[in-house]
Design a protein around this ligand. Sequence first.
Ligand SMILES: O=C(O)c1cc(=O)[nH]c(=O)n1[C@@H]1O[C@H](COP(=O)(O)O)[C@@H](O)[C@H]1O
Length: 270
Amino acid sequence: MTAFFDRLSERIDRVDSVVSVGLDADPDRIPDFLADRDLPRWAFNRRIIDATHEHAACYKPNAAFYEDADGWRALRETVAYAHGKDVPVLLDAKRADIGNTSRRYADLLDVADAITVNPYMGRDSLDPFLSRADAGVFVLCRTSNPGGADLQDLELAAGEPLYRRVAALADLWNEHGNVGLVVGATAPAELETLRAEVPDLPFLVPGVGAQGGDVEAAVEYGLADGVGLVNSSRGIIFSGEDAPRDDPDAYFGAAGEAAKRLKGRLNRHR
Ligand SMILES: O=C(O)c1cc(=O)[nH]c(=O)n1[C@@H]1O[C@H](COP(=O)(O)O)[C@@H](O)[C@H]1O
């Protein structure tokens, strides 16, 4: 198998898009017309994938929305369906733990092509992921949430903020060329700093759309040699909520339009 970033690069070229469609299938927001399905989240994702795959460089399901018995079934169906459309899947799991535990977490890479991981416990906690040379491993670096600065901006003794140290370490950990960083679009200055610091690492840039992040900075600094991802979840998958409640085609058509629109906005800056 080619390495994840090679496959992602091919996908980006084929669809001319760096859009990551976030499959955050919140059960509370699945439309009523799917409520009687065996697995409403899977039924929802299937229609979202049908509507958006031409514009999707990847799909990013967030594990938080699938961590129950039916959820894992829905997730597996979703991943298989995305693969059937030739779209890679990045599981947003934000994992890592002590060795034996992390080894089991890394089994998630038997399901998805790439994963997000938390660097807080250090190198050995990430080894089971990093050693999967075929997979993508996105290390949380400077997150998009308001509290992202609480710890990540703290300056170390040398005056260097913690998020920059994380980036430098992630660069060292990139022995298999399979490491990327997660940097939020709500932190454009940090995006710029980090791009200069680690020019070869692709970024996953969440926070455009519902969180109001900077689309131009996401593209300008998120890509390494043209490879990287800009994610929107709610802004795409729930954009049909204004459509008539009894019109599934209008509902999912809106998601397709939202993905296409984001692709166009991003491509203006690529
Ligand atoms: O790792 C992530 O993907 C992530 C990191 C981060 O800093 N901020 C962030 O929003 N995310 C994820 O990206 C998605 C953003 O969703 P929307 O705000 O609906 O576009 C969610 O699944 C978040 O968990």
